[in-house]
Design a protein around this ligand. Structure first.
Ligand SMILES: [Zn+2]
Length: 86
């Protein structure tokens, strides 16, 4: 009986995985690598982009990601006006 429960659980797990997989494939033509990607939002221009393509910037101990070096630089310039020197 326990073996049956394990198999049933496995089937349910695979079924859920297949559902989320088929949903994203149906939505748009994406390859398997893109499925692993997480979309993040640029805090400066509010554009969404894949996390692995983000331009990182460390600020106040946390890492921010931007869609382009220009956005990163503009954001950094906005937030560094109060600091002295440069
Ligand atoms: Zn941007």
């Amino acid at each position: 009986m326990i073996r049956f429960l394990i198999i049933a659980g496995l089937i349910y797990f695979l079924y859920r995985k297949y559902q989320s997989w088929s949903k994203s494939v149906a939505g748009r033509h994406a390859d398997e690598k893109a499925l692993e990607d997480v979309m993040v939002q640029d805090p400066y221009c509010e554009t969404y982009f894949p996390r692995r393509e983000g331009i990182p910037l460390s600020m106040d101990g946390q890492e921010l990601l931007f869609c382009s070096p220009k956005c990163r630089d503009d954001f950094a310039a906005l937030h560094s006006k109060t600091s002295t020197g440069g």
